[in-house]
Structure formats: C-alpha cells, structure tokens
Design a protein around this ligand. Sequence first.
Ligand code: PLP
Length: 223
Amino acid sequence: MSISENVRHVHQKMKQAYEKTEQNKQVQLIGVTKSVSSEVAAELLEAGVTALGENRPEGLADKQAALGRTACEWHFIGTLQTRKVRQVIDRIDVLHSLDRLHLAEEINKRAKQPVDCFVQVNVSGEESKQGIHPTDIHSFLHEVGQYPMIRVIGLMTMAPLTEDEQTIRSVFRSLRHLRDEVAARHLPHAPCTELSMGMSSDYEIAIEEGATYVRVGTVLVQR
Ligand SMILES: *Cc1c(COP(=O)(O)O)cnc(C)c1O
C-alpha cells in the first residue's frame, strides 16, 4: 500500500473505534517518523497527517531542517535526556515524556514559553518502562506546580508487551481513570484533559478506552 492509502486506512479505523465511544473530543493522529526518512515524513504530510512524532533530538532536527518548523505540529515522544533539553524544547509543540522532576526543572530553566506536556505514567509497573508510578502522580503534579514553564495537558502511557487484549485494555482504562482524577482537581498548571496512548498494534483499543492522541508509526510508513 502507498503512504496515502495507509493514512486513509488508519483514519478509517480510528473513526470506527471512535464511534464506539461516547467521547465528544476528536482524536489526534501523530505520525511517528523515527524510523523513516524526511521524504516519507513529507508524504505523510501530503496525505493529510498534521502532527509528526520523533523520539530523538537528531531525528527531530533532521526532519525540521527538511520540512520546516511550521510544516506541522511536532511532538517529542521519547525519553528526553536532561542535557538535550536545550536542543529540543523550543522546537516542539508537545512533549509526551515528562517522567521526572529534574526534567521539569531543566525545561523550566530553558524554555522561552510554556510547554504543553504529557506526564508519562508507568501503569503496568514493568521495570523496563519509563514513567511515574500511578500512586505518585498526585505528589508529582504538586511538585511540578512550582515550574511555570510546564503545562500538563494530559497523561501518556505505553501498553505492556503482550498480545493479551484484556491486559492492554485494562492498562489504558487505568490511565483514563487517573486522568479523570487529576482533571477533577482543576489544577491551574495541569488541566490534564488529554490521553496519549495507542501505537500501531493497539491504537484502536486505546481510542475505545478514551485516547485523545494516538502515536502511530509502523502501520503508517510500511509499504
Ligand atoms: C516508536 C513509538 C511509537 C510508534 O510505534 P509503532 O509501533 O511503530 O506504531 C509510539 N510511541 C512511542 C513512545 C514510540 O517510541
């Protein structure tokens, strides 16, 4: 299939999943281009994708050099090393991986304007996964309140490595409940209305469970 057929296919699947929900908020598709060239990224934009995701500062810089900073929304989806914050922070629209206080502090120091962030949550508790433990989320958000350059727009997670749909679904559902809890507190620095969850293998499940942003790479870029 061509890139534009992939995009059409994913949009259609997203719509079908969305129609099963009672949600009234549109779901945003982030095309993850970390493993492809700028040419492929350009094809995604031509096919109607409006947001791209990269997980390394170098990848982000390359794509922006080729496509232009204003070609689309730019989302940083990978672990961000503290020493690379300066390189990245004013080039992105959304950070999906705020996972430690020290990172918030560094962003606060470097950013020229407030940054929309997702707090990454390790819902499944796997050792290998980045993210704040669910029981620590409220204290983490309290601490983040001291940094005026951080605006927490939502929570992000990665599903565990399993094919078991019920397990994946329950992780996404837990994140939604946590998001609802935080949103109900109406923290000025953390409106927390969004949910970033779902990748190529599970974006439909994620949408059924309330995702407002899905991060999809493989199924969009494969030929
Ligand atoms: C690579 C990546 C994705 C996209 O994964 P695919 O399985 O290729 O769709 C989404 N989110 C994060 C954090 C990633 O690193």
